[in-house]
Design a binder for this molecule. Structure first.
Ligand SMILES: *Cc1c(COP(=O)(O)O)cnc(C)c1O
Length: 361
């Protein structure tokens, strides 16, 4: 079989060893003779996986005691309304850096006033707005740290005078994060920490229980925190398969040297690819340089070569590139180079761009 290079935006490439141990666990979980998909989530072996997974999160991101780490269903899109349900009393502030951010703000409007502090919609979200003022009378300020579709990223932990909430779906575990600067961090696992099916929520306990509205049992984060450690994130049946693969993925992150090492690797991969985009006369990057994401690299054909787009796509496919078609709202190409994407894949893409230039310029 020809070697494939997986640049899918999500679900995306996983560490090979996480996939291999998932296959084994489906056959025989924890030497029980029974498969992972067929065990009770109340078995001690599973409770150990849950506890270890939380521990890995705490260790890798250095999550302080006063924060809870939850694994829920419903994807990041469900958090778009869980967050305001739990935290919004009167008003929330949102930074609109893409359609995910816009969708998050839309759901918050069911619960109160929403102030869009700044938006980059005027330039199709190709940059991160600067010099905005965060209203101090809002209950929280919501940001999307990595804009998966447009390839822009807020790659630092900002100072915020009110509770800071972040959708980190597509850059969690790609760099060290100062968790203390956030009241709540959430995201779907399928971009950088596992397969689809599990959503992570890291929440500082003291922000909960402050809203006046009654909450449905499943919407209230406190339900999932529970009163006993062994029941955490197990109020109802947890997505065991997705959590298991996340556990294996985080073990790999740890083995590779943790989030510092991931950051170094990711910067190296992104630099290599952006350098080629900037050097190669046939391509141009779509995001403002200073806001470029290290996770999703978006580029299009240069004006002069617009008619070559289909040719490059076909050539890239021939070279084993998978998932590089850009999102329909940006066009062109997008290479998602998450943690588990190997440097060799980025090198192969760069070579493919160079060879295409040599043959077509
Ligand atoms: C993919 C994505 C989402 C949506 O995640 P689901 O888990 O599919 O609901 C939300 N925010 C960002 C930044 C994303 O990349």
């Amino acid at each position: 079989m020809k070697q494939m290079h997986n640049f899918n935006a999500g679900p995306c490439v996983l560490p090979r060893e996480a996939v291999e141990s998932a296959i084994e666990a489906i056959r025989n979980f924890d030497n029980t003779g029974i498969g992972l998909l067929e065990i009770s989530h109340r078995t001690p072996g599973w409770e150990r996986i849950m506890a270890e997974t939380e521990q890995l999160w705490r260790e890798l991101l250095n999550i302080p005691e006063e924060y809870e780490v939850l694994f829920l269903g419903g994807g990041a899109s469900t958090q778009f309304f869980h967050v305001p349900a739990n935290l919004l009393n009167k008003k929330a502030a949102y930074l609109q850096t893409g359609v995910w951010a816009k969708k998050a703000a839309k759901e918050a409007k069911f619960y109160g006033d929403v102030e869009i502090v700044a938006s980059s919609e005027d330039k199709n979200y190709t940059y991160i707005p600067k010099n905005f003022t965060i209203p101090t009378d809002a209950d929280y300020f919501h940001i999307t740290t990595n804009n998966t579709i447009y390839g822009t990223e807020i790659r630092y932990d900002m100072d915020c005078p009110i509770n800071l909430v972040a959708d980190m779906s597509s850059d969690i575990m790609s760099r060290p994060v100062d968790v203390k600067k956030y009241a709540l961090i959430y995201g779907g696992a399928q971009k950088n920490v596992g397969p689809a099916g599990v959503t992570f929520v890291i929440v500082r306990k003291d922000v909960l229980g402050k809203v006046e509205r009654p909450l449905q049992t499943m919407v209230d984060y406190r339900t999932h925190i529970g009163t006993e450690a062994k029941n955490k994130s197990m109020f109802n049946t947890p997505p065991v398969f997705a959590i298991f693969v996340m556990h294996e993925t985080l073990k790999w992150v740890k083995k590779m040297g943790g989030v510092e090492a991931m950051n170094k690797r990711n910067v190296e991969k992104a630099t290599l690819l952006y350098n080629e985009i900037d050097r190669n006369s046939m391509f141009v990057g779509t995001a403002e340089k200073e806001d470029r994401s290290i996770m999703n690299v978006c580029f299009v054909m240069a004006d002069k070569y617009k008619d070559k787009e289909a040719d490059f796509m076909a050539y890239a496919k021939e070279c084993g590139m998978v998932g590089i078609k850009g999102h329909r709202s940006v066009g062109g190409f997008r290479a998602s180079i998450y943690n588990a994407c190997p440097l060799e894949s980025v090198q192969a893409l760069v070579k493919c761009m160079q060879d295409f230039e040599a043959a077509n310029k």
